[in-house]
Design a protein around this ligand. Sequence first.
Ligand SMILES: [Zn+2]
Length: 304
Amino acid sequence: MIICDTHCDVLYTRVFHPEETPVVTPENMKKGGISLQTCTLFAGAGGVEKHPYEAGMREYREFERLVKEEGWQQVFSPLDARDGEVREMLSMEGGEILEGRVDRVDEFYQYGVRMIALTWNRENEIGHPAKSGSQEGIKRAGWEILKRMAELNIAADTSHLNEAGFWDLIHHHSQPPMASHSCVRSICDHFRNLRDDQIRAMIDCGGWIGINFYPAFLSNDGVADAKLICDHIDYICQMGGEKHVGFGSDFDGIEMTPSDVRTPAEVPNIISELRRRGYSENAIADIAGLNFIEYYRRLGWKQQ
Ligand SMILES: [Zn+2]
């Protein structure tokens, strides 16, 4: 079975918090049967004034080193995920890394970035975060960047983006957006989660949602396990989204984890819970990874 995880902060942790032990390791990914681990270049919490490009580049250099020296296997397309292999793909979290420059979209495309979360929790040149409560949509410079992203078939990731920006993408972007690491707001009322009408729009436009494993986004009391992750998956499936949902763990970016999904090695506990709930093997394979790959086909990616 191909298992894809669309968000983790292992590169940021390795570069900026070397005192912490990352859980996203080749050993844990192999144990958990992860085929495709998306590793994000995170702008950092400092916003546009804190040289986010340099932060992103330091993380990219670390990724290059992992590929050259430690046997990590970079893929440049999600369609290159393979059952039985552990491979890694790059994404970006916080479009401020681009510092408003369209040519940087091309630069990071060359590095292998295939998904860009337009904002983190700070306003940037592209748009506004959900955290701010801003009613403003995507900025003019943001549309220039989004246009180039669409030409290169880079996914527009709405996790962290405000609602006005989200709806701008749904209505005006030429590609279906995705949410790499967000949950269901009807189950857990957090600004980082998606409302029912947003989930509905994602399903209708051919988008994709990766359920975040962070307990604070999974439950109102901040306590979570594999069952609760499956409650969020169930909810989206019951809305007709069984082809539009998967996993976006946020490992190494969260200080708490579900009690029985603490590392990539324990992702199979979610698969077991889906089986226990009566999901067919085909449906489980879709949720575990194929939906994510299919989403990239809709963006225009083809098997080489
Ligand atoms: Zn995040």
